[in-house]
Structures are given as C-alpha cells and as structure tokens.
Design a protein around this ligand. Structure first.
Ligand code: FES
Length: 173
C-alpha cells in the first residue's frame, strides 16, 4: 500500500522527535527542520508535533508563528534574539541584555559595524519554564545567564577566527 503524504510527514516528524529527544527543547529544532524542508507548517503537522512532544498544539503554533515572523530584515552573520516576554523577563532577561550590549558594544536593534552580530528582541519561543531563552541564529540557549554570554559569543567568534578584543562598536541606523 502506498503511503499518503500525511503518513510520510507524520513519520518524518516522529523521526525528528526521536532525533531531538522528544522533550520541549526539541520543539524549536523540529520547527526549523520542517520549515526548511516544506517552507510551511500546516495544522496537521503542528498537531503531530504536539502529540510527539506531549505539549499543547497552541505552544507549537506560537513557535511556528514566531518563525514566520523572522527573517524579514537585513542582519549580521550572527543574529542574537533574546526573549523579552514576561517569564523570561522575570527570570533575568535584563542582566543578559546588559551583558550582551556591553560585550558587543551595541544596543538592541543594532548590528556591529563588521556585520557580524545583530541584537534583536524576540517574543515567547515556548521555553518559558527555562528562561531566559535566547536564539543565536537557529541555535537555542535556555537558562542563559550574564556569565554564559561571554562563552556563547566566544563560540561565535571562534567560527570566524576573530578574538573578542577585535570587535568594534559602530551602530547601523
Ligand atoms: S517567555 Fe520567554 S520563552 Fe516564553
């Protein structure tokens, strides 16, 4: 018997859930992978994702909507998006924000002059119980602290061979 498109999609989602560990933290990478492959995520796919992860479809919808909103403007090589919604706000988003701005020498909404880092605000990514949540491009970080910021930025800089002290402060309007 031939597999229907829905069965195939459901099988792929199940495989992705297994690959990413079936927990809530699997949600964002799964949404990213499905979006890359199919360009959109319909209500059937959202329901299957929710079933696989044992979460409410509304949570999946919120992350899918969040991703639909991304990618509309010009950005740096690394786009850092910090969640500013209430749970993350109450779990220390302010300190993380200050650390990012100090380390990069730019404020939120700006890009470093070398085009390597942009700082942006994001709304809830569905990781409210593990905040503050932050995305660096497609990589998700949870329970971010100011202390972890240096390490995360160094990881990015290593990828293009630039040391922290070489970053310059310039604001693009
Ligand atoms: S409030 Fe930040 S992830 Fe939900």
């Amino acid at each position: 018997m031939l597999m229907t498109d829905r069965e195939r999609l459901a099988g792929e989602i199940q495989a992705l859930a297994e690959k990413h560990g079936k927990g809530r933290t699997a949600l964002i990478p799964m949404v990213q992978e499905i979006k890359r492959k199919y360009q959109k995520i319909d209500s059937f796919a959202m329901q299957v994702i929710a079933d696989q992860l044992g979460i409410h479809p509304v949570e999946v919808y919120s992350v899918v909507s969040f991703y639909a909103f991304l990618g509309s403007e010009a950005h740096g090589k690394y786009i850092i998006r910090l969640c500013r919604t209430i749970s993350c706000d109450m779990q220390g988003k302010e300190g993380v924000m200050r650390q990012l701005e100090n380390d990069l020498g730019i404020t939120f909404g700006k890009t470093t002059v070398d085009g390597k880092f942009s700082l942006e605000w994001a709304n809830c990514m569905g990781m409210c119980d593990q905040g503050p949540a932050m995305l660096v491009n497609e990589k998700l970080y949870t329970r971010v602290t100011p202390e972890k910021i240096h390490e995360i930025l160094e990881e990015c800089r290593r990828s293009f061979g630039v040391h922290a002290t070489e970053q310059k402060e310039v604001h693009l309007v």
